[in-house]
Each structure stands twice: as C-alpha cells, then as structure tokens.
Design a protein around this ligand. Structure first.
Ligand code: BYC
Length: 493
C-alpha cells in the first residue's frame, strides 16, 4: 500500500513513446507476463525468495517509508513517480525499453542481420555468463551497503542510499527475468544462485572482486557510487548494443535509473570536498580531523582505492573473451553505433600500455582483443570529469591542493599490471618499496577509524553532519529539509 501525500503531487504526464507498466499485476511489467503462465509462475516462485533476501541482507535500518521514485513507463519523459513508500512494498518489476522492430545487429560477424529475439544456441553459454555476472553485482552492492543507514549524514542522503538500493534490487529482477525467460532450467538455477552468493562470503563470494570489498562508511559509499556504479554505466552501455534484443532493451532502461546513482556519487564527494575545503580555510590547516572534517589526504586515499578496484572490473587489457563477445555480437563498444569504422575490427589495432623489461611501454595489439581497455579508457576519461569538478571546489576556496586519479597500474589485481607494483604517479617499484609506501596511498586502519568516528547519524529534518556540505537542491523539487524518510521508533532509540 502506498502512502499518499498531498505535497508530492502526481507524476508528470508522459509525452514520449510509452509502453505503460501494468501495476495491477503481482509483478509489475511491460513484457506481457500474464500471457506466459509458465514464466509468470517461475518468477512468482522466485519473488518470495527475493523478499526474504531483501529482509535479511537489504537495508538494516528500520523505516516506515521512504520518498522513492518508481518507474511508471519506459518512454522518454515522465517515466517515474515519486511518493513515500514502505520499502518492502516497493514495486520491483520488469521494464524493457521500447522494441524497435527494425533493429539490426550493429557489429561483429552478424552485422546487418535482424537483432535476435531468442538466444542462438551457439552463444547460449556466453550470454548466460554475461547476464549472470551483471546480475550478481546488483544484489552484491545492496549487501555491501546494508548498514550504512545507521550512520547517514542526513535524511536526504539516507533517502538517496535507499533509492540506489531499491533500484539495484530492480536491476537484479531485470537479469533474473532474462535468465528465467530465455535460459530454461539452467537459467532458473542461476537465478537462485544470485541470492545464494553473498558479498564477502568466504565460501560463496560474489563473482567480481570489487563486490566483495566492504563499503565501510559514507565516504566509501560516495566513492563506490562514483567509480563502481560508473563501471556499471559503461558495462550496461556495451550490453545495450547486444544483438540479443531483450538484453539490449533491458540495459537501456537500467541506464536511465543508473544516472541517479552516479549523481549520488559525484555530488556526495563534491559536498565532502567542499566542507573539507571550507574547514581548511577556516582553520588554516590541512589537518582538519579535530575540526570534524575529512582531510583531503584521506579523501585521496579512498579515491585511490575505489578507482583501482573499479579498474579491475573491466577484466584484462588483452582478452580473448571480449574478442569473442564482440565478434559474436554479444557485447559491443561504448557508443558502438556512433563510431566511424567497419564495426568488425578484423584488421584494426589498439595501443595498450604494459610492463616490459622493467619499464612501462606502449604496444599496438589487435583491437578485438583490447576491447576491455577500449571501454576502460572511455571510463577513465569520464572519471576525470568528476575530479575536475571536485578540484574546482578546491580552487574556488583558494586552496592549492588538488585531487587526482592514480595511474592505471596502481594497486591492480587483474590484468597486465597485476604482477607489478606501481605508484600513483606511475613509477614501477619493488615489492619492498611498495610495502613501505602503500600505507600512504591506501586507507589504513587508522584512516578508516578516523572517518568512522565522524559517521554519526543525523536524522532530524534539515540537519546535516559536519563533515559534508548540504546539497544545493532537494529531490524532485522538494526542499533540502523535506521529510524524505520516516524512521520506525526502534531506529531512533
Ligand atoms: N574479479 O578475459 P578476462 C554494475 C574473470 S558493475 C573477478 O580478463 P573478460 C554495478 C572473468 O569473468 C558492471 N574475476 O575478462 C555497479 C573471466 O572468468 P571466466 C557489471 C574477474 O571476461 C555498482 C576471467 O577473469 N557488469 O553493474 O573479457 C552497483 C578472465 O577474464 C574480474 C559486467 O561486468 C574481476 N574483477 O571481462 C551495482 C558485465 N575480471 O569467464 C551494479 C558482464 C575478470 O574465464 N561481464 N574476471 O571464468 C563482463 O562483460 C566480463 O565478464 C568482465 C570481464 C568485464 C567482467
């Protein structure tokens, strides 16, 4: 049941092409689930397991309701509605972007053929693997962020955390739909496993490294939504190009929701840096911990960590997997259709950086095998935009200090730099040198403890923790001091 509220108003009327979402169904959808009884039954039997998982490993803070947006249509405008909703009653569902019946495959050896509405037998295993990996990250992030609500810097931030969480839950639904609708019994088994693996679990961890790291505090959360959700944006961007049309359409709609997650990261770090800069100027020192702010050096260490583990998410710089995905039409490049080349890349080359004879050198390799790096280079260029924004805040405050992205080889566990020790400015080090210096580059226990000490909940209307500046505006034109979240009594005790 949705709590109606006079102040929130109704959603804007959609104007673009829309296929409306049927909310009278137990599972809201725009894929005519009612017309496929078998699939509907499979999803309805998965639904209580999802809800169990949400109750056990979803947000820990007890809430009455949260001001959330819910998708109402998949058209270009007016696709979402905002209202106070009890979180466990959020309408998780299955929404695919509009189908274009004329769509053809844009790249690889099937270029020009009609997009696939079913899974071709020869690509079944690879497609299921890609969908499973994508699906695995979604609940993982909810698990990682489970206890952050206990230390939220404001109700505004708390609401944003929960919005991200429910939408990651919905993205899990999106992948589970594909697994159950197109991959038969094996797909149903994979869907079960997505709720059985858990972030950080020693016996049954999540598939990709970054999703087993702890999100220790809100600075980590903002770095995660900036750097790791941005990997999500780029990976979804490649799957949106897939010849397998249901996957492409699902990812297109997910990207719409993803934009807010990165907004949370960009502005979260920005507001932290703004407050840090303010305290540095006010107290004429970089050592602002005792004044209730997070020192810039600690922010840089958090950035170094989250950037480097997110770089690992792109896989190896040279990968035969990605060449096969591309040639088969399963996974394209970022902005594939806007690229001006033959979209097959049989003879193309790409420049990679690697370590040879104790030096970092450049080498041209077949472009097909370097597509993970092609994507990662796009990602890094995008990451730099945020850093520029944050540095603008430092400049505006009249400070000389700056944040920066560390070298691509810094702190890597996957790919060509994994066996090497590289400083943030790209110097190759011995293991002993690295061990001596890493403590100055990555958050250590003292840094994390110092940040944790600042993480005290601020649940009063319009109240913000002292380590972060308030945002410029609220959500959906609501004031910053809006009652975005209503807590249950036990949360306030
Ligand atoms: N950790 O040839 P390689 C998101 C595995 S985030 C552990 O180097 P490939 C989100 C790899 O699976 C986006 N294992 O790389 C964000 C392979 O194993 P198999 C998630 C790793 O295959 C925030 C082997 O190593 N979506 O949505 O070309 C909140 C050799 O791999 C890692 C996707 O990733 C690692 N870091 O590419 C919520 C898209 N890296 O198969 C959500 C789907 C590699 O030999 N996934 N491995 O057993 C893919 O496209 C690719 O699997 C990868 C790797 C990009 C991950």
């Amino acid at each position: 049941m949705t709590v109606r509220d006079e102040r929130t108003g109704s959603a804007p009327a959609p104007t673009g092409p829309v296929s409306t979402i049927d909310y009278s169904e137990r599972i809201p959808n725009n894929v005519n689930l009612a017309g496929d009884r078998r699939l509907q039954r499979a999803l309805e039997s998965w639904q209580p397991k999802f809800l169990d998982w949400w109750r056990t490993l979803g947000p820990a803070l007890p809430t009455k309701d949260v001001y959330l947006r819910t998708a109402i249509a998949v058209g270009r405008d007016g696709w979402a509605h905002f209202d106070h909703v009890p979180m466990e009653e959020y309408r998780w569902g299955i929404f695919l972007a509009e189908q274009n019946p004329e769509r053809t495959v844009a790249f690889g050896k099937h270029k020009g053929e009609p997009a696939w509405q079913e899974v071709p037998g020869e690509y079944r295993a690879e497609l299921m693997r890609l969908i499973t990996v994508q699906g695995d990250t979604e609940p993982a992030s909810v698990e990682q962020q489970r206890v952050l609500g206990n230390t939220a810097p404001s109700l505004y931030d708390l609401r944003n955390l929960f919005q991200v969480n429910v939408e990651e839950g919905r993205h899990l639904w999106a992948m589970v739909y594909l697994l159950q609708a197109y991959f038969g019994r094996e797909g149903r088994e994979e869907a079960e496993q997505l709720l059985k693996r858990n972030s950080g679990d020693l016996d049954s961890p999540r598939i990709l490294g970054a999703f087993n790291e702890e999100t220790t505090d809100w600075l980590q959360f903002f770095m995660f939504t900036y750097f790791t959700d941005r990997d999500g944006k780029y990976q979804l961007g490649t799957l949106k190009e897939s010849a397998f049309d249901p996957l492409a359409r699902t990812c297109e709609f997910m990207l719409k929701e993803e934009a807010h997650h990165m907004f949370v990261g960009t502005t979260g770090v920005q507001r932290t840096v703004e407050r840090t800069a303010e305290l540095m100027v006010q107290h004429k020192t970089a050592d602002i911990l005792e004044h209730g702010g997070i020192p810039l050096t600690v922010i840089q260490k958090y950035l170094n960590f989250q950037f480097s583990v997110s770089m690992d998410l792109f896989g190896s710089e040279q990968s035969t997997n990605v060449a096969a995905y591309y040639t088969g039409g399963l996974k394209g490049r970022w902005q594939e259709t806007r690229r001006k080349d033959d979209h097959e890349l049989k003879d193309a080359t790409y420049r990679v950086r690697l370590v040879r004879d104790g030096k970092i050198v450049e080498e041209d390799v077949p472009a097909l095998t370097a597509l993970n790096l092609d994507l990662r280079d796009e990602y890094v260029a995008d990451c730099e935009n945020g850093v520029r924004r944050w540095n603008q805040a430092l400049e505006d405050a009249g400070l000389e200090e700056r944040l920066y992205l560390p070298h691509e080889g810094f702190n890597r566990r996957v790919g060509t730099f994994a066996e090497h020790f590289v400083s943030p400015d790209g110097e190759l080090l011995s293991k002993a040198e690295w061990q001596g210096k890493a403590v100055g580059w990555l958050p250590n226990d003292d840094d994390r403890a110092a940040v944790a000490a600042l993480m005290v909940p601020h649940y009063d209307l319009g109240d913000f923790a002292g380590w972060i500046a308030p945002p410029q505006t609220g959500i959906n034109d609501q004031p910053v001091e809006f009652d975005y979240v209503h807590l249950r009594e036990e949360a306030l005790a």
